[in-house]
Design a protein around this ligand. Structure first.
Ligand SMILES: [Cu+2]
Length: 506
């Protein structure tokens, strides 16, 4: 996320992307409470001539957009009528001292069981922009997702010309089959599940999006002459790993332009154009303005270095007796049976350990020739304990264990600054000198380049247990995750607040 607005771009695991284009309405009002009712239910939906039951919120796919202003309180009652246990994550919301409202199942809460409800109650503080919400259990976010639009406080203009209208775009994937069945089949064999059959824009697999007003802000730039224009998206994949590389399209249509005007398809970069992707990312900057400063930590209290590895785990029922797994610092994360935040808050012993290592067990040439031997990882629910208000630098290093690959890493509870990124092995002697400590992009998810590294910095001023994981659902499921336990601060508002009375139990 770019702090303070501009074009918005959020990447996720099932290749969900989202853009938001928001206009500013200058009204005068106090901080408000925005209430929503989310009924999680199963509805029949048809795409590409295949009908199937899917899990939805309020029968809508994508689900409802949440609108709030910076400073508002948001109260969402989630009632689960589906056959699956459910939890919902408000992706990018900082949830200050309030991890109870964060949503990842077994990290900050036990899931909401069928027939039960849970109220997510949180304040939107110190952030604005377009985010999204999604299910954070199993692969249910394939269909359970929607946008969150946070408008700035009254009287605070956007740092770009006022657009005439707004349109939120959410990108996703579509499978003809039942996603949970497909994932179960893959897991039983220890292999990736079948890839998706299509990509979607606002849940649609064909061009239906029409825009009826005159001037829109797209990608932060003004659309040109009135007409009909294709928008197109497809995944980026620069390693020889199969991916659903179909292109999803939508049409931007100006009011008064007839449907007979044929739009032409834009030229997209090649799906494996690494240079294009890296060059694009290199251009991203924070505003670093008076109103929206980039408070990058300049002094680092804690240096963490984490390697991403693919590997194998023992699986007696799988093909060859092994399953694919993944690890951080050679540790495959084992999901607990109860919420880690509860275990931390209530000091329940035996749920997790706080000994996640600050560096990999052994240094090696991380991005040299592919390593295909000794791929078994260690397993554990091991977390990293961070002192309150300390400044953290975290370098995430891809490795060539089995294969290099690009991974979008998401941190809950924080925005962080992406101070540096590069290909090959991170060099602690040389690379920090090249960091951008002035106006680096402020985000909640960072792409680690294929066979490369990314360095992020943040101040650990939000107490709680915060999930840190690859946002490709496949890799998360394989264990590419851990969590940070950020200790309470000395102030009375600097401790994890008491859990809500309706917090689900496991
Ligand atoms: Cu990944």
């Amino acid at each position: 996320m770019v702090s303070g607005g501009g074009s918005r771009f959020i990447s996720s695991g099932l290749y969900l992307f989202l853009f938001g284009f928001v206009s500013l309405v200058s009204l005068h009002a106090q901080a408000a409470t925005k209430k929503y009712q989310f009924d999680v239910q199963v509805n029949n939906v048809s795409r590409l001539c295949h009908a199937k039951p899917i899990v939805t919120v309020n029968g809508r796919f994508p689900g409802p957009t949440i609108y709030a202003r910076e400073g508002d309180r948001v109260v969402i009652n989630v009632s689960n009528h589906a056959q699956y246990n459910m939890s919902i994550h408000w992706h990018g919301l900082k949830q200050y001292a309030n991890g109870w409202a964060d949503g990842p199942a077994y990290i900050t809460q036990c899931p909401i069981q069928t027939g039960s409800s849970y109220v997510y109650d949180f304040n939107v503080t110190g952030q604005r922009g377009t985010l999204w919400w999604h299910a954070h259990i199993l692969w249910l976010r394939a269909t359970v997702y929607g946008a969150i639009v946070i408008l700035p406080q009254q009287g605070t203009p956007y740092p770009f010309p006022k657009p005439d209208g707004e349109q939120v775009l959410v990108f996703g994937e579509w499978w003809h089959g039942d996603v949970e069945d497909i994932v179960k089949q893959g897991n039983a064999m220890g292999l990736p599940p079948n890839m998706s059959d299509a990509h979607t824009i606002n849940g649609k697999t064909w061009p239906t999006l029409s825009m009826l007003r005159k001037t829109y802000v797209c990608h932060g730039s003004r659309a040109s002459a009135p007409g009909r224009y294709f928008m197109a998206v497809r995944p980026f994949q620069d390693v020889p790993i199969p991916v659903d590389n179909k292109t999803a399209t939508a049409i931007l249509q100006y009011k008064g332009i007839p449907n007979t005007v044929l739009p032409s398809l834009p030229q997209l970069p090649l799906p494996n154009d690494t240079a294009f992707a890296l060059t694009y990312n290199d251009k991203l900057r924070s505003l670093n303005s008076h109103n929206f400063p980039a408070n990058v930590p300049l002094k680092v209290d804690r240096n963490l270095f984490v390697t991403i590895g693919l590997g194998k785990s023992v699986c007696p029922t799988c093909v060859n007796g092994t399953r694919l797994s993944a690890s951080l610092n050679n540790i495959t994360f084992v999901m607990p049976q109860t919420g880690l935040l509860q275990a931390h808050y209530l000091k329940i012993k035996g749920v997790f350990t706080s000994d996640f290592p600050d560096k990999p067990p052994k240094a090696f040439n991380y991005t040299g020739a592919p390593l295909t031997a000794n791929l078994f990882t260690s397993h554990g629910t091991r977390l990293s304990k961070i002192a309150f208000n300390s400044t953290v630098e975290l370098v995430i290093q891809d490795t060539n264990l089995l294969s290099v690959e690009s991974h979008p890493f998401h941190l809950h509870g924080y925005n962080f600054f992406v101070v540096g990124t590069g290909t090959g092995n991170f060099d602690p002697a040389k690379d920090p000198a090249k960091y951008n400590l002035v106006d680096p992009p402020e985000r909640n998810t960072v792409g680690v380049p294929t066979g490369g590294w990314s360095a992020i910095r943040f101040r650990a001023d939000n107490p709680g247990v915060w999930f840190f994981h690859c946002h490709l659902e496949l890799h998360t499921g394989w264990g590419l995750k851990t969590a940070f336990v950020v200790e309470d601060g000395p102030g009375k508002d600097q401790a994890v607040r008491p859990p809500p009375k309706d917090l689900p139990s496991c």
